[in-house]
Design a protein around this ligand. Structure first.
Ligand SMILES: C[S@@+](CC[C@H](N)C(=O)[O-])C[C@H]1O[C@@H](n2cnc3c(N)ncnc32)[C@H](O)[C@@H]1O
Length: 197
């Protein structure tokens, strides 16, 4: 179903606009935050797939003046803040130099709301989403501090159990979460990987 004229989409999109966020996806992160408090004041947060910027904007509100949020996306963002730095790049092309240039070696939290361009073919969208999840997991091996956590979007499918096991090798606690702000029928889930070993 296209998003236009979809009452579910309209409700969350309208609410996001009223609250000054560029995308309705912010409500999913808010729900995760309410329940798990993974974003903390003073944290350095890496936001993969940050455009148009609502997750980064919300993260900046929580990390506050002692924190830092770095967003990465292929597309530009519609958000700016002195706490926020944006790198317009494919995450598979990121190098340590991108972060050293910002004076950051490690993050406390990595967020990924990355999604492939969907085809409507479930299995293809799942496989492409899994590739992005693997990209985020690889980055966490060098960029996430010990004890740090991740929130990673994945489209549900046959690889979910295997992907979960990969996270379980690296993190103490792994939870699969489906926010209530997720559209009915959507395959979208979030892997909450808590406390890197
Ligand atoms: C659902 S949107 C993110 C919305 C964002 N969390 C917000 O709240 O504003 C998914 C984003 O993932 C980005 N993306 C997909 N593949 C990517 C890649 N390989 N590298 C960087 N960004 C990517 C897309 O460009 C898109 O902007």
């Amino acid at each position: 179903m296209s998003s236009k004229g979809n009452p579910w989409f309209d409700k969350w999109a309208k609410l996001a606009k009223e609250k000054g966020y560029p995308a309705r996806s912010v409500f999913k992160l808010m729900e995760i935050q309410k329940k798990y408090k993974l974003i903390r004041p003073g944290f350095r947060v890496l936001d993969l797939g940050a455009s148009p910027g609502s997750w980064s904007q919300y993260a900046c509100e929580i990390v506050g003046p002692l924190g830092k949020v770095v967003g990465v996306d292929l597309e530009p963002v519609k958000f700016s803040s002195k706490l926020f730095t944006f790198i317009q790049k494919d995450i598979f092309e990121l190098t340590m130099d991108d972060f050293r240039a910002l004076g950051i070696e490690e993050f406390d939290l990595i967020l990924s709301d990355m999604a492939p361009k969907t085809t409507g073919i479930e299995v293809t969208d799942h496989v492409r989403s899994v590739e992005l999840v693997h990209g985020a997991l690889e980055l966490s091996k060098t960029l996430l501090r010990k004890g740090g956590s991740m929130v990673v979007k994945i489209f549900d499918g046959s690889e979910l159990t295997r992907v979960r096991k990969e996270f379980e090798k690296i993190f103490k606690n792994v939870i699969i979460f489906r926010p209530s702000a997720t559209r009915k029928g959507s395959k979208e889930l979030f892997i909450l990987a808590i406390n890197k070993l």
